[in-house]
Design a protein around this ligand. Structure first.
Ligand code: FES
Ligand code: FES
Length: 163
């Protein structure tokens, strides 16, 4: 067992973990932070995306011991005092989810994009979210939500792919 100390969503935790334990399992099974889902076993879906010291990572591809001494932000740490972020509101208002399984990862990846590129084009949004898979929405409303969160009006559907 290995001792780790990690700050998750503003709370510091100290634990003994097996070196093979994945960060996604640590968050869900040890800390009870089930807002970060696991959607595959191939590191393809992106549902488990979290922020690790400012970098967006798939938490199923990171060991819990690699997060030792780090700050982790999950989708559950975004809202402050019960208030959603503009990005979370946009997903809700633009109907950018159906089953919601991909949504935490989508929001964490889109959050990272908007930090680096506050006014992305539809094409840039699609590129940034290419590591996040959604089986339900067809992606259109997800792109619209990210555009809305960046203060941009969503373009007509015909313009979306190449704009
Ligand atoms: S659960 Fe991590 S990428 Fe699918
Ligand atoms: S809303 Fe169901 S997978 Fe995206």
């Amino acid at each position: 067992m290995t001792h780790i100390k990690v700050n998750v969503d503003g709370t510091t935790y100290e634990d003994e973990v097996e070196p093979r334990l994945l960060l996604a399992h640590y968050l869900r099974d040890r800390l009870g932070l089930t807002g970060t889902p696991i959607g595959c076993d191939t590191s393809n879906c992106g549902a488990c995306t979290v922020d690790l010291d400012g970098a967006t990572v798939k938490s199923c591809s990171v060991l819990a011991v690699q997060a030792d001494g780090s700050e982790v932000t999950t989708v559950q740490g975004l809202a402050k005092d019960g208030e959603w972020t503009a990005l979370q509101r946009a997903f809700h208002e633009r109907h950018a989810l159906q089953c919601g399984y991909c949504t935490p990862g989508m929001i964490m990846a889109a959050r990272d994009l908007l930090r680096e590129n506050p006014q992305p084009t539809s094409y840039e949004i699609r590129q940034a979210l290419e590591g996040n898979l959604c089986r339900c929405t067809g992606y259109q409303n997800i792109v619209r939500a990210v555009l809305a969160a960046s203060g941009q009006e969503a373009p007509a559907v015909a313009e979306e792919v190449t704009a």
